[in-house]
Ligand binder design. Sequence first.
Ligand SMILES: Cc1cc2nc3c(=O)[nH]c(=O)nc-3n(C[C@H](O)[C@H](O)[C@H](O)COP(=O)(O)OP(=O)(O)OC[C@H]3O[C@@H](n4cnc5c(N)ncnc54)[C@H](O)[C@@H]3O)c2cc1C
Length: 272
Amino acid sequence: MWYESLAFETPVDLQAAVKAAQRPGTKLICGGTDVVVQFHHPVPDVQRLLNIGQIPELKRLEFSCGQLIIGSAVCFAEFLQKAASIFSPLTEAVAQIASPSIRNLASFGGNIINASPSGDTLPVLYALDAELTLLSTNGERVIQIEDFITGPGATKCQPGEILIDIRMKLPEQYQYQYHKFGSRKALSCAKVNFLGMRLKQTDQIRLVYGAVAPTVLRLREAERMYEEGYLAEIPKTVNRLVKPIDDQRSTAAYRRYLCVTMTRRFLQKISE
Ligand SMILES: Cc1cc2nc3c(=O)[nH]c(=O)nc-3n(C[C@H](O)[C@H](O)[C@H](O)COP(=O)(O)OP(=O)(O)OC[C@H]3O[C@@H](n4cnc5c(N)ncnc54)[C@H](O)[C@@H]3O)c2cc1C
């Protein structure tokens, strides 16, 4: 295989990793569950893999003063083992990803950088305005997830930049519905994933849809309609704003139907 000739490095020191990431021809790898699939076809210009999965700063998992910090290299199995009780919407989303063997490898950082419109952690991160910390030899910067992901597989991650962690303020009281629609219960990418969340303290809602546009969609216009009391108009607005396509996983029409139906059910639940 073409990739057998690649150099493979596993730094444990963050500064050493940041320096190493600058070298042309370097590809970052964490769990490898996306990278290895992409490597079925030769990827030009890659000369070495830089495994960032053993760096302590990227393995942080902390919850204090209402803020959850997840290191980019935290894998889903570790999250479920150590933090399942902290925030149910994220736990529910993570628990439905792939299979136990993939969850033992696949990381939060990889899910974000891979930027799939159906990435299963993304709806929750969009709903919470998660902030991403990135580091390079030029220093550190923080960017909101919605500004960071720009299209399928496309982000504002600069060459040589490492995603360090994901930070989000968790609401104290909330209601939510999370749904992932796939062809099977395990090892299935979403036809649609949906998160509806009501923040009880402010009586605001979050409506987030995956796999129905080039990026995950947070429908702020529909969220505002809830605040203004136009509940009956929200499903129509969702129908107008989602942009699903036909592909091997589903039809655009079915995806649209799921988005509208899930929205209706969520609104009904929070109105009871
Ligand atoms: C069989 C199978 C089933 C799957 N099912 C699902 C599913 O149900 N839901 C879902 O959402 N995904 C699924 N995936 C996709 C994949 O598992 C996830 O996207 C996973 O989170 C990727 O994490 P990783 O650590 O393996 O990333 P890697 O493959 O190591 O890396 C992915 C990308 O991110 C970059 N990268 C990784 N870490 C960093 C970092 N810290 N800073 C900068 N760049 C970085 C890499 O260079 C690469 O471009 C599946 C994959 C497979 C193979």
